[in-house]
Design a protein around this ligand. Structure first.
Ligand code: SF4
Length: 296
């Protein structure tokens, strides 16, 4: 059976979000563009609950790009804590330095300039332009793609990402008024808390029209999700090695690092090499190891 394409009632979605959206601190109108950018870096691969305490501490300590840049990469890596994927912290520090030096400590407002900054890809550039500066640009993440696939196209799953197509589909839904940023945040919120991947709560959904619901929730193609395990991976070993260096204010001998992962020495050596290659750690002249910037 062909599923009718529908649209999303912007006023309906926006009023639900204003009433029921989560009260997340980076959504406060008083929060600066830099602080919104920091939240987007952190939220890329880490859930909200883990980001919250780190973000609050971060923006209190380093409220501006120049403050972050001046803190140095090692302090930034320490403050990143257990958010995971620590290359993001290094890129965020590099981004802060460029904004402080080249943009007078002000986050650029246009997508093209944002895209030239370290660590900023298509999603983050559009999220900052939209949420920090109220620009009319589509912001597309996994949650948004899923909501649009279901509510607009009547499909259970979003299918493979295609930046141009996905952005065009979301752009076609954006209201042409001052509610654009709220609409974009609401679309993401709906996918995060109601129209979730595994258990959409259609009974609580604010949308009065949804193509997938109206079609009787037809099943989609089975989706093979890649399960991201952590235990035993190089990511875990890298985290353990970084923990040792985060906990020391002086360079650490190789023997001390070796104690962090004893079960597979080949894997440990590989993880250590990759941290050096990524520039997250460095080696002193006498062969000890330190966080980047602390190996003098
Ligand atoms: S009605 Fe159900 S499937 Fe449709 S957008 Fe709402 S939660 Fe998602």
């Amino acid at each position: 059976m062909a599923v009718a394409v529908t649209t999303i009632d912007a006023a309906e979605l926006v009023s639900w979000f204003e009433r029921d959206g989560r009260d997340l601190p980076w959504r406060d109108p008083a929060v600066s563009a830099w602080q919104i950018l920091v939240s987007e870096f952190m939220l890329q691969q880490t859930p909200v609950a883990r980001v919250l305490p780190i973000w609050l501490d971060w923006v209190a300590r380093w409220p501006t790009p120049s403050a972050t840049a001046a803190a140095g990469p090692a302090a930034v890596l320490r403050a990143w804590g257990k958010l995971g994927y620590p290359r993001r912290a290094k890129r965020l520090h590099e981004c802060a330095a460029v904004i402080a030096d080249e943009y007078d400590d002000v986050v650029p407002a246009d997508v093209e300039t944002l895209l030239t900054l370290p660590g900023i890809g298509s999603y983050t550039a559009r999220a900052v332009a939209c949420f920090a500066y109220g620009q009319w640009v589509p912001v597309v993440d996994t949650n948004v793609r899923r909501v649009v696939a279901r509510a607009v196209h009547g499909q259970a799953e979003a299918g493979s990402p295609s930046a141009n197509r996905d952005e065009a589909q979301v752009a076609a839904l954006l209201p042409n008024d001052a509610t654009t940023p709220t609409f974009s945040a609401a679309l993401m919120e709906l996918g995060a808390v109601i129209c979730t991947a595994r258990a959409p709560q259609c009974g609580r959904c604010p949308l009065s029209s949804c193509a997938w619901r109206q079609a009787g929730h037809p099943a989609g193609e089975p989706v093979r999700k890649r399960v991201q395990k952590y235990a035993g991976t190089d990511r875990q070993v890298r985290g353990k090695l970084l923990d040792v260096l985060r906990g020391s204010t002086v360079p650490v001998a190789r023997a001390q690092l070796d104690l962090a992962w004893l079960s597979d020495t080949v894997q440990r050596d590989r993880a250590l090499d990759s941290l050096l290659v990524d520039g997250l750690i460095e080696q002193t002249d006498d062969g000890r190891f330190a966080l980047c910037g602390e190996g003098e």
